[in-house]
Write a protein that binds this ligand. Structure first.
Ligand code: DAT
Ligand code: MG
Length: 141
């Protein structure tokens, strides 16, 4: 069992897609073991995406991520990190495989509906960014 970190981003929350996206994740063997809705501050969004600081898309990305509430969640399952990325589809929705969340719901490369950790290291960092150990309800991974 593995854990990963997931966000349902502002464009998806705003369009009432929380349920549809959760259904996709759950249908693919990912179980929600922690979740909350919140509205990121600019400082939180800047820190969360610090690896992209200096890129031309960084500032608009931060502004978009603070444009409305999001769902942050921890997903647990077999190969959860890779499985979540597979169900999400690649960053650019026009290149994402058919049937993926981004292919079906994303509005643009920036407003691409979901986030998923890309490695065990980022999963650990991102989970700890939003959740304490006792907020996570799954059995030990
Ligand atoms: P991912 O979210 O697929 O892990 P990433 O980590 O490379 O992608 O980038 C983080 C987010 O930044 C991505 O979900 C959307 C935005 N982004 C990345 N590249 C972009 C680009 N070329 N133009 C606009 N936004 C971009
Ligand atoms: Mg990424």
């Amino acid at each position: 069992m593995e854990r990963t970190f997931s966000i349902i981003k502002p464009d998806a929350v705003q369009r009432n897609l929380i349920g549809a996206i959760l259904q996709r994740l759950e249908n693919n063997g990912l179980t929600v073991v922690a979740a909350k809705m919140l509205h990121l501050s600019a400082q939180q969004a800047e820190e969360f995406y610090a690896e992209h600081k200096g890129r031309d898309f960084y500032e608009p990305l931060v502004n978009y991520m603070i444009s409305g509430p999001i769902i942050v969640q921890v997903l647990q399952g077999e190969n959860a990190i890779a499985k979540n990325r597979e169900v999400m589809g690649v960053t650019d929705p026009s290149k994402a495989a058919q049937g993926t969340i981004r292919a079906d719901y994303a509005l643009s490369v920036r407003e691409n509906s979901v986030h998923g950790s890309d490695s065990p290291e980022s999963a650990a960092r991102e989970i700890a960014f939003f959740f304490t150990d006792n907020e996570i309800c799954g059995r030990n991974a």
